[in-house]
Ligand binder design. Structure first.
Ligand code: BTY
Length: 297
C-alpha cells in the first residue's frame, strides 16, 4: 500500500504540468481508449514518466498513458432536446489500466483513482470488457453495472487491505449505492437518446483474477450467484473510488457470451474480445462522452 505522500507526489507531478483541473476521470478499458483521442488541448503523460506510477504490461491493447484535456460536444439536456451550446469540460482519461493478472497488487491497480482524487476529480466513469453470463446478453451489448461481487475480497484480498489513511476515507466504507443511482438513470436516458435500448442492460458484475477465462463449472456457480457479466478488472478501482467518496458509473462492453456448456467447440479468445470492442467502441465512446458532459455540473 503506498502512502498518501507518494500518491500526492504523483498528483502534484501532473498538476504542475497541466492547466486543466478535471472533475471527471475516465478509465478506458481494453480497446476502448479511443475516447481519449477525442480530447483537445491535451497534456499526455506516459505512465512510465509519472513518478511511482505502475506501467501497463498488456501494451498490445492498452496505450499506457494518462491523457488530460477538454472533452467537447453538444450538451444533451434531460428533456431529450439537443441544446445548441457546445460545452467543453476538462477530463482526465486513463488509456490503459492495471490488472491483478499482470502481477500488481489490487491497491496498485487502483492507485490511479487516488491520484485522480488528489487532483480534484469527483466522478469516475469506467469502461471495460467482460463476458456475458446472462443468457440475454449478446457480444456487442453494453451492461451498466448496478452492483458487483468482490470475489477477491471474499478470498481475503481486498484493495483496501493495510493501514487506512483517513485523508482518503474511513476504515470501513459502505458499498451500498456504489454505482450511483442517479448516474445509472442518466446513463439509461442517454442510451435511449442514442437508440441503444435493445443492446443496453443493467446487471451484476464479478471480477475474477484471470488471466485464464472461466471453466464451465465456475460459470455455472457464478450464474447461481446471480452474476450477469464476468471480467478481470474494475472492482478494485470502484471500491477505492467509493472509499474516497467519488461517484462512480461503470459500463461493461460484452465481448463474448460465456460458454456454459461442455458439449461445444466454442472457445473464448482475446481476438474476439478485442474484435467486438472495435465494432462497438464508437457507441461506447459516444455514450461515455455524452454522460461525462451531462454529469459535469
Ligand atoms: C475482458 C474479458 C472478457 C471476458 N470474457 C469471459 O468470458 N470471461 C472473462 N473473464 N472475460 N474478461
Amino acid at each position: 500500500m503506498c502512502t498518501y505522500d507518494v500518491i500526492k507526489q504523483c498528483a502534484d507531478y501532473l498538476l504542475d504540468r497541466t492547466k486543466h483541473r478535471p472533475k471527471i476521470g475516465i478509465i478506458c478499458g481494453s480497446g476502448l481508449g479511443g475516447l481519449a483521442d477525442q480530447l483537445t488541448e491535451t497534456d499526455i503523460f506516459p505512465y512510465q514518466d509519472i513518478p511511482n506510477f505502475p506501467v501497463s504490461t498488456v501494451t498490445k491493447f492498452h496505450a499506457g498513458r494518462m491523457v488530460i484535456g477538454k472533452l467537447s460536444g453538444l450538451e444533451h439536456t434531460s428533456t431529450n432536446r439537443m441544446s445548441t451550446s457546445v460545452s467543453e469540460i476538462p477530463v482526465m482519461c486513463m488509456q490503459g489500466r492495471f490488472h491483478a493478472y499482470e502481477g500488481y497488487p489490487l491497491w496498485k491497480c487502483a492507485m490511479p483513482v487516488r491520484v485522480m482524487k488528489l487532483m480534484g476529480v469527483e466522478k469516475l466513469l469506467i469502461t471495460y470488457a467482460a463476458g456475458g453470463l446472462n443468457s440475454k446478453y449478446n457480444a456487442g451489448d453494453i451492461m451498466i453495472i448496478k452492483d458487483h461481487i468482490n470475489l477477491q475480497g471474499f478470498a481475503g484480498n481486498p484493495p483496501l487491505q493495510g493501514i487506512n489513511d483517513e485523508r482518503f476515507g474511513p476504515r470501513f466504507p459502505a458499498m451500498d449505492n456504489a454505482y450511483d443511482r442517479n448516474l445509472r438513470l442518466m446513463a439509461k436516458t442517454v442510451a435511449s437518446e442514442m437508440k441503444l435500448d435493445n443492446i443496453i442492460h443493467e446487471g451484476t458484475y464479478i471480477m475474477l483474477g484471470g488471466p485464464s477465462f472461466e471453466t464451465v463449472a465456475e460459470l455455472k456457480m457464478l450464474h447461481i450467484f446471480g452474476v450477469d457479466a464476468v471480467g478481470m478488472s474494475t472492482v478494485q478501482e470502484v471500491i477505492v473510488a467509493r472509499h474516497c467518496n467519488m461517484k462512480v458509473c461503470a459500463f461493461s462492453l460484452i465481448t463474448n457470451k460465456c460458454i456454459t456448456e461442455y458439449e461445444t467447440d466454442d472457445m473464448v479468445n482475446v481476438a474476439d474480445v478485442i474484435g467486438i470492442a472495435n465494432n462497438r467502441k464508437a457507441d461506447m465512446q459516444e455514450l461515455v462522452r455524452r454522460i461525462a458532459i451531462a454529469m459535469n455540473e
